[in-house]
Design a protein around this ligand. Structure first.
Ligand SMILES: Nc1ncnc2c1ncn2[C@@H]1O[C@H](COP(=O)(O)OP(=O)(O)OP(=O)(O)O)[C@@H](O)[C@H]1O
Ligand SMILES: CC(C)(CO)[C@@H](O)C(=O)NCCC(=O)O
Ligand SMILES: [K+]
Length: 255
């Protein structure tokens, strides 16, 4: 078995693979102050509850966009799983040709998504990941990683509204029946969901023009991908496990 760990700003997602098969996946909230022992308890319990044993884990791969948590999760792996993990970053083979001005600046999650998308879909393509931030990653016809765009995530955008405007409540992110909202909640839902879909369409349209690739494939991932994909026809595929798949592929290239 192999364990893949994606440390994001909101969630830590874990995937347990047997060869290419994802056996189980788990989602923890990202707690920046939690210790290696605390994460150890969670993982140990999740494994037991799923009929898995940490003893059967042959290797671990981690990607992180939260730098202070890397050593905590590495320490947890060494202490509770008995394995020194691979950490996506300098020294790890990804097979990706990064055209960013400073390749070390690109978020590891974006690199991992790009690796998975290149393996699973035809280039040129764009990956849109609806996480804490929404990221757009552009891959040209020769599988080069060109860069892309970073926008505030749907969660962040929604929180900003109720935190900064006294009369706006916290809302459930669900699609309203109409774009013309006749109460505060419906008006906010319409603005956020249809506005977000329009934003994605606008960015994708500009990317296609800039890359001169009108038939470029658009792959979406992240928790809120299905919600937005339902509101626009500019998304060709929703692939919820793309990041874990990318980690699995990179693990295989380095083991
Ligand atoms: N139903 C919902 N209503 C409101 N906010 C939501 C909802 N679902 C997710 N969010 C928020 O949207 C953001 C993205 O969540 P999601 O689970 O897609 O991201 P993630 O993959 O955990 O992100 P990261 O990898 O950055 O940790 C988070 O800030 C989350 O709190
Ligand atoms: C944009 C996020 C926060 C998305 O998780 C992450 O990929 C990140 O911290 N990236 C670093 C900046 C960059 O990718 O250019
Ligand atoms: K993510």
């Amino acid at each position: 078995m192999m364990l893949a760990v994606d440390i994001g700003n909101t969630n830590i997602v874990l995937g347990v693979y047997r060869q290419r098969e994802l056996l189980h996946h788990f989602r923890l909230s990202t707690a920046r102050q939690a210790t290696a022992d605390e994460y150890g308890i969670l993982i140990y319990n999740l494994f037991n509850m799923s009929g898995l044993s940490v003893k059967n884990v042959e290797g671990v791969i981690i990607s992180s966009v939260v730098p202070p948590l890397v050593h905590v999760i590495v320490e947890m792996c060494v202490k509770y799983i008995g394995k020194e993990p691979f950490v996506v970053g300098p020294g790890i083979k990804t097979g990706l040709n990064l055209r960013y001005e400073n390749p070390r600046e690109v978020g590891a999650d974006r690199i991992v998504n790009a690796v998975a998308a290149i393996e699973r879909y035809q280039c040129p393509l764009v990956v849109v990941d609806f996480g804490t931030a929404t990221t757009f990653d552009c891959i040209d016809a020769n599988a080069n990683y060109l860069g892309g765009a970073i926008v505030p995530g749907i969660g962040i955008s929604t929180e900003a509204l109720y935190q900064r405007a006294s009369k706006l409540p916290r809302i459930e992110l669900e699609k309203p029946k109409k774009v013309i909202g006749r109460n505060t909640v419906h008006a906010m839902q319409a603005g956020i969901i249809f506005g977000y879909a329009g934003q994605v369409e606008g960015i994708v349209r500009r990317i296609k023009a800039e890359m001169n690739a009108p038939r470029l494939k658009v792959i979406a991932t992240g928790g809120l991908a299905p919600l937005i994909a339902g509101e626009t026809d500019c998304i060709d595929e929703v692939d919820p496990m793309l990041t874990l798949e990318g980690l699995r592929i990179i693990y295989d290239r380095n083991k």
